[in-house]
Write a protein that binds this ligand. Structure first.
Ligand code: ADP
Length: 492
């Protein structure tokens, strides 16, 4: 079945506009025609009443007993005889007089009971030849004889007048509709042109041409729409850029240890070594594999976090316990460098969060403090309540971070000193994961200079009422696990 409904918005709007206009104009024409009809009919009524009265005054019974018009007396008589339909009857229905215009046609037939008594009786009738007539009758006494005087007006002229007016109005309506339709179509088309241009431009925006933007023009609403889309494209472009950078950084980071494994393997393959040499080669290959595994774990965690697949498994626990647990995990590494942790502060401050996710954050920051602190260094961890927050400060006396890198160190794959950091083993993902973990809990992470040398990492987490708070009833015992928590342990 063919669907004739218009598809284009401009056609729909123009047709809708024309339809509404047509309905309004038709109502207007209907109203004016009805008023005209009622006015003309009222006019006929008034004239007919006057004519009945005039006619009554002109009627006389002649010597022969016949009713006739007193023509000599006045001049309305000829006019009446020429232009009106006249009939005079007895109340019983005997016709006493008919004018020539009426001929032998009856003007309303036999009188109905009470016709013309006590007032004028108006009605519309059809003559025997179908002529519509407006008729007014009145009962009178002429020379002692009761008579009914009827005066009729053909309604044809009135109908003709109304038809002419109606015809003229309908022609105007068609003209107005045509002009309004064309103008409406033109203005709608003009108003929608920016939308079409936007659609055309949007078709050209591909992942390779994400810098393109929609033209901002036309009416304010369309301009606002274009601006909204453009800001969406801004965000998309930014996200795409980040994704591209992440992919290329990730492949670069993956390639380096793979190349190292390959070259170590090739060297081992081409030289005849002792059993000890091979053990050393395999050991260094395994070391690279460990680094690779850690990197892949981090990448996996970031990918899951970005995809929103990581759901927080919340519980209420004291932060002090968590930090103590993390220190216990990496103490072995610190001992290798003869470093010492000093942990102090509020032991009761609790937070409501995912223990494993937050542990990863503290692990990354504390592990960095170990990595970037010199042999024999002291790492101070201080924990206190600051307003609505628990503030954990990790101060080391290591290399420190120049202020221009303070925000960047939390970006993915960002390393202050690329060569050194790789040597130490990081891919530049640890702090970005810590930042994500803390921010997911409504907290914040930052870095500043340590006046005694090195830097201070500050982690701010939303305080959860402390002991005694109803939420604190969910207090959990800390769990122990291996030094570097594989991201798989962070529940989905
Ligand atoms: P990485 O795995 O390379 O340590 P991170 O994201 O944890 O990556 O850290 C980003 C960079 O910030 C590091 O490469 C290092 O240059 C710098 N950094 C982090 N923590 C410290 C610290 N405690 N002292 C000095 N520099 C640090």
């Amino acid at each position: 079945m063919i669907d004739f409904r218009p598809k284009r918005l401009r056609t729909k709007l123009s047709l809708g506009f024309a339809l509404v206009l047509a309905v309004v104009l038709l109502l207007y024409i209907g109203g004016t025609s009805t008023i005209l009809y009622l006015q003309l009919r009222a006019q006929l009524h008034r004239h007919a009443i006057a004519d009945v009265e005039t006619l009554k005054d002109l009627l006389v019974f002649g010597a022969d007993g016949k009713l006739q018009l007193h023509e000599a007396l006045s001049d309305p008589a000829p006019k009446l005889l020429r232009q009106r339909l006249l009939e005079v009857l007895t109340p019983a229905g005997t016709v006493l007089l008919r004018n020539s215009l009426l001929g032998n046609r009856s003007l309303g037939g036999k009188p109905f009971p009470g016709e013309g008594e006590g007032g004028f009786s108006p009605r519309s009738i059809l003559l025997s030849d179908g002529t519509p007539v407006f008729l007014v009758s009145r009962r009178h006494i002429v020379q002692g004889n009761p008579i009914i005087v009827r005066v009729g007006y053909s309604e044809e002229e009135m109908s003709r007048t109304i038809e002419e007016v109606l015809g003229a109005q309908l022609s105007c309506l068609l003209l107005v509709l045509l002009i309004a339709g064309l103008m409406g179509y033109g203005s709608v088309r003009h108003a929608l042109e920016p939308l079409e241009q936007m659609a055309l431009r949007a078709q050209q925006i591909t992942p390779q041409r994400l810098h393109e933007r929609l033209p901002v023009g036309g009416a304010r609403e369309i301009g606002d729409l274009a601006r909204t889309f453009n800001s969406t494209f801004d965000r998309l472009e930014h996200a795409f850029d980040q994704l591209r950078r992440f992919t290329s950084d990730a492949s670069h980071e993956l390639r380096t240890p793979l190349a190292a494994i390959r070259s170590v393997g090739e060297v081992g393959l081409h030289k005849d070594g002792t059993r000890e040499d091979y053990r050393e080669i395999i050991g260094s290959m395994l070391e690279e594999v460990n680094g690779l595994t850690r990197l892949i774990d981090d990448l996996l965690m970031i990918a899951r976090a970005d995809a929103g697949h990581l759901r927080l498994n919340r519980s209420v626990f004291p932060v002090f316990d968590l930090v103590r647990e993390v220190i216990a995990l990496i103490e072995v590494l610190a001992e290798e460098k003869a470093q010492k942790f000093i942990l102090e502060g509020d032991e009761m401050a609790t937070v409501d969060g995912d223990r494993l996710v937050l542990r990863q954050a503290f692990l990354n920051v504390l592990h960095n403090a170990v990595k970037y602190s010199p042999v024999g260094g002291v790492i101070d961890v201080h924990l206190h309540i600051n307003g609505r927050y628990v503030l954990v400060e990790v101060a080391d006396r290591g290399t420190g971070i120049p202020p221009e890198h303070w925000t960047k160190v939390f970006d993915r794959f960002y390393r202050v000193d690329k060569g050194r950091s790789r040597e130490i083993g990081g891919a530049g993902l640890g702090l970005s994961i810590a930042k994500w973990a803390v921010q997911t809990h409504g907290g914040d992470i930052g870095v500043k200079n340590n006046p005694g040398g090195g830097c201070i990492f500050q982690i701010r987490l939303l305080l959860c009422g402390g002991i005694g708070d109803p939420a604190a009833a969910r207090l959990e015992q800390p769990q122990m696990s291996s030094v570097l928590t594989p991201p798989e342990q962070v529940r989905e």
